[in-house]
Design a binder for this molecule. Structure first.
Ligand code: IVH
Length: 706
């Protein structure tokens, strides 16, 4: 896969650069995790994401002392969303090892025989599509579906029973003769057709568009309101099991047949195979069918058929020795580059977008691809008119991986990256510096709020679900109002004057296309409801660079009121050292965030915009809950180390902070309490040396109030 600019080799990093790079990677990976898990809207491919994690690990391996408390390498899989109850899996839900080449499949078959000490040809296998959805554990007790849980981190998942009960393909009751207790496992997914229909409905309603069927399925399942799940078409294939009081068969194939007998839907493309050759032949067949299958798949899973042999083979760390996923290569196609456009995002970053002659890549019609940045265009030497190879890796935005340098290539004009923003202001574009002062890859328009592209993106962010979340005012409507001459919305405050302006305008909005008396009334009600808002949402909605939801929450919690935060932000912008130090002392707030806040509040446009918006918040900006001062841990510094089994790290940390404690990543003389789980190492030793109080997770839970 092509990468924008190859980052500096790990070997060449100085310690200082490595520390900065680890900080950047921790933030970047956390942001991608959030987009993927919380928003179900990833913005990078799995391969690029893996590359970030690998780089983080390589740097940590070279500088073990620099490993951060919030290191991504400490986190595996999906963090458990706090809003669902947790369910501990009786039998852990594992993952699969991957094979990328046919030789890996041959080696898998050989390895299985070697491990068992059996002659080649004595083991039977199964091959079936790897469904691109979410794995689910369905627990049946006395034949009744009693709970449904997501995979989560493999040990603990989310309780999504109410939502799963709305999926028609999942039986609520098993026929007589089924085991007394059985966990049925399989994949919840959305068909390509249902995905397309859902996105069309979302678009029409101005709601979020899902990146792919997998994310749509995840987003639909992880709804607190099961009526929403019920309105989304979800499907289910059963292919595995967890705890079972008895097994209806002694082979993988027989088990799946039994599931079918219990009215589960099972995949028709599962076959038995005698050897690697047969497995690979089935892989090729499924690959050829892939584009025409009604659902997304990303490979073929091979499993040992005999259950007795599966038991003997066992597991290595988190994957079974008896199964492997043979993944499909990224899908590619060749087409013509028709134009290179520049898009300007909310933060002013200029992204070159390739406009392509439409082409089908792995069953999806592609007309646009990202070219990442100026360096990438230069590296590819992409010129309008060139023949290019586009790649769609799994899901996200397609990219150009290669330019075919034919004879005409040299006669075409090389692309010149603009030095001014394509907006009407033609403000200069600056190449951003990296954390270490080098030249970065991002080119940004310096126009900030004055740049119409950034304004419109700011407004979209402002009304987004996690910010003001105004019903009936989505991206589509923002675009409409932004360009409307009767009732323009050019800044957040304008949203709240819309009603008055419409009245003065003799209520024309209801007559405009896409509106009507009822929807206009509803819109104004929804807007008025947002004249009161929580402080953290308000801060997040301002769209300050580097101030995401978590940071906004930290700030809200630390300052407690808009007035206090506003004063601090203005002071920081005026280079008040005391205010800066105070902000720096807030957990998780560092130089980058403070610089961004300072820059935002030093900009006169922004100040006016914020002032006008605040004036519209007639219901008040709800004060945030201040950290407690009357608890046993208030003002204390706590370190969590080792693995926690009942709480996630994030939860434990949030609990501690709510109780007024500060959470630190390293043990020092300033530490007051260490909560150590199994596997705790040097931090525990150090705490003992320093005579710091050490408690286990249960004691912490008791201390934190259960
Ligand atoms: S078997 C011990 N079969 O792939 C592992 N998994 O990478 C049991 N998946 O979490 C899983 N299709 O969500 C199995 N036909 C299939 C599958 C499948 C998709 C997913 C599943 C699992 C992931 C592992």
């Amino acid at each position: 896969m092509s990468k924008p600019t190859p980052p500096a080799a790990v070997d060449a990093l100085t310690e200082l650069e490595a520390a900065a790079e680890l900080a950047r990677l921790a933030a970047e990976i956390a942001e991608h995790d959030r987009r993927y898990h919380d928003e179900d809207a990833p913005t990078i491919s799995d391969a690029d994401y893996d590359a970030l994690r690998r780089r983080n690990e390589a740097i940590e391996a070279r500088f073990p002392g620099l490993k951060r408390a919030d290191s991504p390498s400490e986190r595996v899989g999906a963090p458990i969303a706090a809003r669902f109850d947790k369910i501990q899996h009786v039998v852990p839900m594992l993952s699969l090892d991957n094979a990328f080449a046919e030789a890996d499949a041959v080696e898998f078959v050989a390895r299985v025989h070697r491990f068992l000490g059996l002659l080649p040809g004595s083991v039977t296998f199964t091959a079936e599509p790897k469904i691109d959805g979410l794995s689910m554990n369905l627990r049946y007790v006395e034949g009744r579906l009693t709970s449904a849980a997501t995979r989560g981190d493999g040990t603990t998942g989310e309780n999504v029973t109410n939502n799963v009960l709305t999926i028609k393909e999942i039986p609520r009751q098993l026929p007589p003769g089924a085991p007394g207790v059985i966990d049925i496992r399989g994949e919840v997914y959305m068909t390509k057709a249902d995905f397309k229909a859902l996105n069309e409905r979302q678009q029409a309603a101005g709601e979020k568009i899902f990146a792919n069927p997998r994310n749509a399925a995840a987003g639909s399942l992880r709804q607190l309101d099961s009526r929403v799940t019920a309105s989304r078409a979800l499907s289910f294939f059963a292919y595995a099991w967890g705890e079972a009081s008895e097994l209806p068969a002694d082979t993988q194939f027989g088990m799946v047949e039994a599931f079918r007998g219990w009215n589960f839907v099972t995949n028709p493309l599962m076959v038995r195979c005698a050897d690697a050759e047969a497995l690979i032949a089935h892989y090729r067949l499924i690959e050829a069918m892939r584009a025409n299958l009604p659902y997304d798949i990303d490979g073929v899973v091979y499993k040992v058929d005999q259950l007795e042999l599966q038991t003997r083979l066992g597991f290595i760390s988190r994957s079974p020795r008896w199964a492997i996923a043979h993944k499909f290569p990224a899908e590619q196609a060749t087409t013509t580059l028709e134009a290179i456009d520049i898009q300007v995002g909310r933060t002013g970053a200029l992204t070159p977008v390739a406009r392509l002659k439409s082409v089908t890549v792995g069953g999806v019609v592609v007309t646009n691809a990202t070219l990442h940045n100026a360096d990438e265009i230069r590296r590819l030497d992409a010129r309008v008119g060139d023949t290019v190879t586009v790649q769609r890796a799994g899901d996200v935005i397609p990219q150009i991986v290669e330019v075919k340098k034919d004879e005409a290539h040299d006669t075409r004009e090389a692309f010149v990256f603009p030095h001014v923003c394509p907006c009407e202001l033609k403000t200069p574009v600056n190449r951003e510096a990296t954390a270490t002062g080098g030249e970065g890859v991002i080119s940004r328009c310096s126009g900030e709020f004055a740049c119409p592209y950034q304004r419109i993106e700011h407004l979209k962010h402002f009304v987004s679900r996690r910010a003001f979340d105004i019903e009936g005012l989505g991206e589509k409507q923002i675009e409409f109002f932004f360009n409307d001459t009767d009732l323009p919305i050019r800044e957040p405050g304008d949203i709240f004057t819309l009603g008055q302006r419409d009245a003065a305008n003799l209520k024309k909005l209801k007559d405009k296309e896409g509106f009507g008396a009822t929807s206009v009334k509803k819109l104004y009600t929804a807007i008025d409801e947002r004249r009161t808002i929580a402080l953290d949402r308000f801060i997040y909605a301002l769209g300050i660079r580097n101030v995401g939801e978590t940071t906004a929450r930290q700030l809200a919690r630390a300052y407690g009121s808009w007035k206090a935060f506003h004063q601090a932000a203005l002071a920081v912008a005026a280079i008040d050292i005391a205010a800066r130090n105070e902000m720096d002392a807030i957990d998780q707030i560092g130089e980058t965030v403070i610089d961004s806040i300072a820059a935002y509040f030093a900009e006169s446009h922004n100040l006016v915009i914020v002032e006008r918006l605040v004036a519209e918040m007639t219901g008040g900006i709800a004060e945030a809950e201040k950290p407690k001062t009357d608890t046993v841990v208030a003002g204390k510094t706590i370190v969590f180390t080792g693995s926690l089994e009942k709480l996630t790290r994030d939860e434990a940390k949030a609990q501690a902070e709510r109780l007024g404690a500060k959470v630190s990543g390293s043990v020092s003389a300033k530490t007051n309490l260490v909560v150590a789980g199994p596997g705790a190492g040097s931090k525990l030793t150090k705490a003992q040396e320093l005579g710091i109080e050490v408690i286990d997770e249960d004691a912490w839970i008791a201390l934190a109030g259960g």
